[in-house]
Design a protein around this ligand. Structure first.
Ligand code: GDP
Ligand code: MN
Length: 396
C-alpha cells in the first residue's frame, strides 16, 4: 500500500525522523490559512506547494512550486489543485490532484550551504537482509545516478536480528561527507528511519531528497512510503491511510468482491482459478503471440455469480481482444463452471469478442458438451496447447 508524501512524512515523524513541516489542504483558501500557520510555527516566509498524488517526479511535471508570498500561495494552490499532473511516472493523461501539501521552505533563501542526499530503506531479497541504499547525489533521478555514476551509490546491509548498529549509522554519515553537527544529525536521522521502517512493516522507504540545511539540520523533504500489505493486519489504523482514488478502479472493485485481479497492458483477458495456473496461462498467452490484459484468480468457487463478476471486470478493459477462461476442476466441478459461464454470458447480453474456454478436471467432458450445445459464440477446448492455438487464431 502506497502512502501520500504527507502521510509518509507524518508516519516517519512519529518515529523521530525530522521532516519538512507541512499542512495538507484541498482549497486555495485553506492553503493561505495553512501558510500563515506555518509562518507562525516555523518562521518561514516562503512556502512550497506540493501536489499529493501517488507518483514521483512531481517537480519535473510542475507539481512542486515555490511561493514567496501569500498571493503566490493562493495562486499556485489554485493552479495545482484540480490539475492532471503528468510526470515521468504517470500515464499520458496524468493524475488528478485532489490535495496539496503546503510546506515550509527549507532551502533558506540566498543560502548555498545545502546538500541534497538520497536515502532509501528496502529489503534485499537476495540476502534476506534489510538494506539502506544512499547517495550524495540526491534530489535528482536516482536511476540516472545508478546508470552513469554507480560508484556514488552506497549500500549498508542490516542484519535483521541486530538492527542497525551505531557504527553503521556513522558509516552512512561519513560516506555522505558530513562532519560536526550535520554528522550527528545524520546518524540520528538514519537510525530513526531504520526503526520506523521495521516498526511500520514497510517494504520501501525512499527519501529523496534528504536535506542538510545551511544550519546543519537533516530533514526529509520528500517521502515515498510503501507498507507491506501482508502486514496490515498488525496495523489496523493504517487502513485509514489508503486513498482508493489513487488506485486502479477495477482492481479496487475486484478486491471488494474478493477476487485477485491485477491490471496489465496486453490484449487477452484471462479468467483462471489458482494463482499458479494463472501464471502458467499468462505464459501460454505470450507464447501464442498475445499479451495478457490482466491476472485474475477467481479462486476456488467459480460459480455463475463469480464468473459473471469476473467477466464484467475483464470487459471493462477496452484493449481486451479475446478472453481465455482456464479452469481446473478439482474441488469445483467443471459442469457447474460451464453452467456459470453460460448463465453469465446470457445475462451480460452480447459479448463482441471471442471467448476460449478450457475446462479440465472433474466432469470436463460434460462441461464441454454443455458449452458446445449452448449455441453461444464460445470456443471450448480441452488441451492447454489447443487453447494457445485458438488464442493465436482469434488474434490473427
Ligand atoms: P518529486 O519531484 O515528486 O520527487 O518531489 P520532491 O518532494 O522531491 O520535490 C521536488 C524538488 O522540489 C526537490 O528536489 C527540491 O529541489 C524542491 N523543493 C522541495 N522542497 C523545497 C523547499 O522547501 N524549497 C525549495 N526552494 N525547493 C524545494
Ligand atoms: Mn522526490
Amino acid at each position: 500500500m502506497n502512502l501520500h508524501e504527507y502521510q509518509g512524512k507524518d508516519l516517519l515523524n512519529s518515529f523521530g525522523v525530522e521532516i519538512q513541516r507541512g499542512i495538507v489542504v484541498q482549497t486555495p483558501a485553506e492553503a493561505v490559512a495553512a501558510a500563515k500557520k506555518l509562518t507562525e510555527e516555523t518562521g518561514t516566509g516562503w512556502h512550497v506547494i506540493k501536489a499529493q498524488v501517488h507518483a514521483g517526479g512531481r517537480g519535473k511535471g510542475g507539481g512542486v512550486k515555490l511561493a514567496k508570498n501569500l498571493e503566490e500561495v493562493e495562486q499556485i494552490a489554485g493552479d495545482i489543485i484540480g490539475m492532471h499532473l503528468v510526470t515521468p511516472q504517470t500515464s499520458a493523461e496524468g493524475k488528478l490532484v485532489n490535495q496539496i501539501l503546503v510546506a515550509e521552505d527549507v532551502y533558506y533563501p540566498g543560502e548555498t550551504e545545502t546538500s541534497e542526499f538520497y536515502i532509501s530503506v528496502l529489503l534485499n531479497r537476495a540476502t534476506g537482509k534489510n538494506m539502506i541504499m544512499y547517495s550524495t547525489e540526491g534530489g535528482m533521478d536516482i536511476e540516472a545516478v545508478a546508470e552513469n555514476t554507480p560508484h556514488l551509490i552506497f549500500n549498508e546491509e542490516v542484519e535483521p536480528s541486530t538492527g542497525l548498529l551505531p557504527f553503521q549509522a556513522r558509516r552512512v554519515a561519513f560516506n555522505l561527507g558530513l562532519s560536526g553537527k550535520a554528522f550527528k544529525q545524520m546518524t540520528k536521522f538514519v537510525t530513526a528511519l531504520y526503526t520506523a521502517y521495521v516498526k511500520t512493516d514497510s517494504s520501501l522507504f525512499e527519501i529523496n531528497p534528504v536535506l542538510k540545511t545551511s544550519d546543519d539540520r537533516v530533514i526529509a523533504v520528500d517521502a515515498k512510503v510503501t507498507i507491506d500489505e501482508n502486514a496490515l493486519f498488525r496495523h489496523k489504523d493504517y487502513e485509514a491511510l489508503r486513498d482508493i482514488r489513487e488506485e486502479n478502479a477495477v482492481e479496487v472493485e475486484a478486491k471488494s468482491v474478493g477476487l485477485s485481479y491485477v491490471d496489465l497492458d496486453g490484449n487477452v483477458g484471462c479468467m483462471v482459478n489458482g494463482a499458479g495456473l494463472a501464471m502458467a496461462t499468462m505464459d501460454l498467452i505470450k507464447q501464442a503471440g498475445g499479451e495478457p490484459a490482466n491476472f485474475l484468480d477467481v479462486g476456488g468457487t467459480a460459480d455463475a455469480e463469480r464468473v459473471e463478476i469476473a467477466f464484467n471486470l475483464i470487459l471493462k478493459d477496452p484493449s481486451v481482444k479475446a478472453i481465455l477462461i482456464n479452469i481446473f476442476g478439482g474441488i469445483v466441478r467443471c459442469d457447474r463452471v460451464a453452467q456459470g459461464i453460460i448463465e453469465a454470458y446470457k445475462s451480460i447480453g452480447t459479448i463482441n469478442i471471442p471467448i476460449i474456454v478450457r475446462l479440465e478436471g472433474t466432469n470436463a467432458d460434460i462441461a464441454k458438451e454443455l458449452i458446445d450445445k449452448s449455441g453461444l459464440d464460445v470456443f471450448s477446448v480441452v488441451e492447454f496447447q489447443e487453447a494457445a492455438d485458438k488464442v493465436q487464431e482469434v488474434l490473427a
